[in-house]
Design a protein around this ligand. Structure first.
Ligand code: CAA
Length: 279
């Protein structure tokens, strides 16, 4: 397949790495060359790690990197069999991008958005390819996590859902199907759980380390919820809580005031050097 991945942040580059590792010609697109290069450097670093650990041979590593093409030209999406959008979470920006891609891509091309909680129907509304657009939600780190949520918008066809689920299996992952609903499955469960952990910390019920230790040892989670919040990004956690709250109109999804304060203070987790932990 020829796969066009729009957005070269953590998720976009992880997704591009997965497709390239399965032998697909993969275009990494972003609006500026340094964003594309930064995403490519993340992949190079991961590939080097796998090489050092003996998980990849030199030939496999070279083949993976050779399958990646870097671009700031949207026209490269011409001839793509699958477009995956992984840009930042803004409805209008996503709609604008899909509107442009609509005119460039061939009539059989599949369109997927990696949105973590926005409405697939709203992203697709009014586009010619509405029936061929679905959610394809990967989890961080994309090369490691086995799950992809496949989300149906109001007009997504059965054929598109089946084809996307087949693509997911063909890249060694497991699809779960979901109707669109705020946060889909994983984030609807995971992010409020993290918000509760933040609330416990803010109320002084337990320390940061004890909250994380409790969930690592008491629920077998690989990371404690506060560690995971730092990994995901404090701003993203808060944003997903807001989207779930707006979508459900249920006050129980109110983001913890501690999350608001941390975002205001620029404590965004790993990416900013400090969140609940220092990096
Ligand atoms: N990219 C590629 N591979 C990576 C990686 C990355 N960023 N980070 C780790 N890995 C690989 C390592 O290379 C290693 O691979 P090998 O076994 O082949 O050597 C493997 O993952 C394990 O890594 P480590 O030994 O370094 O560390 P670990 O055992 O602590 O695992 C982890 C790290 C996989 C991140 C694990 O802690 C974990 O599963 N954490 C929970 C992650 C999670 O819940 N993700 C979902 C977040 S929510 C989300 O993404 C949705 C959203 O919309 C917000």
């Amino acid at each position: 397949m020829k796969v066009f991945v729009a957005g070269c942040g953590t998720m976009g580059s992880g997704i591009a790495q997965v497709f390239a590792s399965f032998g697909h010609e993969t275009i990494m697109f972003d609006r500026e060359a340094d964003l594309v290069d930064r995403g490519y450097a993340l992949i190079e670093k991961q590939v080097r790690r796998q090489l050092d650990k003996g998980r990849l041979t030199q030939e496999e590593a070279e083949a993976l990197l050779a399958n990646l093409k870097r671009s700031t030209d949207l026209d490269e999406a011409k001839g793509a069999d699958l477009v995956i959008e992984a840009i930042f979470e803004d409805l209008e920006t996503k709609r604008d991008l899909f509107g442009k891609l609509d005119k460039l891509c061939h009539p059989d091309c599949l369109f997927a958005t990696n949105t973590s909680s926005l409405s697939i129907s709203k992203i697709a509304q009014g586009q010619d390819h509405e029936s061929r657009l679905a959610g394809m939600h990967f989890f961080n780190p994309a090369p490691v996590m086995k799950l992809v949520e496949v989300i149906r918008g109001a007009k997504t066809s059965d054929t598109a859902i089946d084809r996307i689920a087949d693509v997911v299996r063909a890249i060694g992952k497991e699809p779960v199907l979901c109707q669109e609903s705020p946060g889909f499955i994983v984030n609807r469960l995971l992010i409020p759980m993290i918000n509760e952990a933040v609330d416990l910390l803010a109320r002084g019920v337990a320390s940061r380390d004890d909250i994380d230790q409790a969930m690592r040892l008491g629920a077998n989670h690989p990371m404690g919820p506060l560690q995971l919040a730092d990994f995901i990004g404090i701003d993203i956690v808060r944003n997903i809580m807001e989207i779930i709250q707006e979508g459900t109109k249920d006050p129980k999804y109110q983001p913890s005031p501690l999350l608001d304060r941390m975002v205001k203070d620029g404590k965004l987790g790993r990416k900013s050097g400090e969140g609940f932990y220092k990096y």
